[in-house]
Structures are given as C-alpha cells and as structure tokens.
Design a protein around this ligand. Structure first.
Ligand code: GRF
Length: 207
C-alpha cells in the first residue's frame, strides 16, 4: 500500500480528485496518510477533515526564518512516513533538503504543458494569463517528478486542453483542472502505486 503525503495550499480540488479516485477504485494500492498545508485557511484542510484524513498545517508565519520553516515542513512530512509526496495545488517552493530526502518520490501537478509556461513566477492563474497573452491554441497540465529546479524534473504524464475564443484566465483554469489536472494526477499516483513507472536517464517510462 503506497502511503501518500499530500501537500496543499488552497482550495484542494486536486486533493479531492485523489480522494474521489481512491474511493471509486481509479487509484488502487494507495492511501492518503496525511494532508499537509502551509496555509491554515486552506479549504483543502476542510476536505481532509470531511474525509477523515489527518490534516497538518506548517505555516511559514510561525517560523523566524525560511530555513526553520523548511526544516519543520520536512519533519512534518517525515512524521507520516510517506512513500510518495504529492504536491497538489502546493505553492511552497520545495526545499533542497526535502528533494534530497525523497529523490524521485515527490510529484507535482503543473497547470501547463512543461516546458511551456513554467518555472519561477508561473503558478495558479498567472500561468493561464500568460497562455492567453501568448495566444497559444493548446495548453494543458503536466505531472512531473520534483528535482531541485522549478518544474524541471522528469515528466510523468501530460494532457492537452483546447484554448477557446473568448476564454478568460479563470474559465481556462477551470477547463484545465476539469479536463486535465483532476485526471492525470490520480492516474500518475495509480501508476506509481502499481509499480508501472521507471525513470531511466531522466526519462519516465510507463511499463
Ligand atoms: C490549480 O490551478 C493547480 O494547477 C495549481 O493550483 C491551483 C489550485 O489547485 N497548482 P487546488 O484546487 O488547490 O488543487
């Protein structure tokens, strides 16, 4: 049984997709050991509570320095003894000490087709604003392993989504979540939980 630590910051719709797919059998051999948020007010923590999943908050506001927060976050993750750390709408920059502690055992959902519209400054609605500003006709979402860069780790799954005439950033974000994020993040977890993912020379192979 793959133990998941799911890190969140906001509404938790990606967390909800994981919860729903575990319940409906779309994800097998996995369980959410805990939800960990950097934001005390994150609705994602309410979703955890509603589903009987332990929720923890490690807020940067409670620590004097970034280093102290990073250490506390790592200790909170370690405390639940996860096999896989899932960044689900998590806006925290994952510190090197955590990447080193969980090599190729942290995955992230990014709301664009990496290597487009990613890296520092590209998160949440900003991604979709940039997509519309550039005028691309296709966008989507990516699940990737986290390394010590920003959105630079090996790509596990991607799903394309059409950009439509008249889209606003909010409308596009919702379509990318519904048609891509909420599908490929659970799928990625199921593949890992069932031993179907191999990484060779930085390239992910689904076996
Ligand atoms: C989504 O756009 C997700 O791609 C990004 O954060 C936003 C909200 O995610 N990482 P959630 O509803 O908190 O899962």
């Amino acid at each position: 049984m793959l133990r998941l630590a799911v890190l969140v910051s906001g509404g938790g719709t990606n967390l909800q997709a994981i919860i729903d797919q575990i319940r409906q059998g779309g994800i097998t051999n996995a369980e959410i050991a805990a939800v960990i948020s950097n934001n005390r007010g994150a609705y994602a923590l309410e979703r955890a509570r509603e589903n009987g999943i332990p929720g923890l908050c490690v807020s940067p506001k409670d620590y004097e320095t970034r280093e102290a927060f990073n250490q506390a976050l790592l200790e909170a993750v370690r405390s639940v003894n996860p096999d896989l750390v899932v960044l689900a709408g998590c806006l925290v920059v994952i510190p090197k000490i955590m990447v080193d502690a969980y090599p190729n055992r942290i995955i992230n959902i990014h709301p664009a087709l990496i290597p487009s519209f990613c890296g520092t400054g590209y998160y949440g609605l900003k991604v979709h604003e940039a997509v519309l500003k550039r005028g691309v006709k296709v966008t989507g979402a990516t699940v990737h392993f986290v390394d010590d860069g920003t959105d630079t780790g090996p790509i596990l799954l991607q799903k394309a989504v059409e950009v439509r005439e008249g889209d606003t950033p909010k409308v596009l974000q919702q379509r990318v979540m519904e048609e891509a994020e909420w599908k490929i993040l659970p799928k990625a977890i199921d593949l890992i939980a069932n031993g179907r993912v191999q990484i060779r020379d930085g390239i992910v192979h689904i076996v």
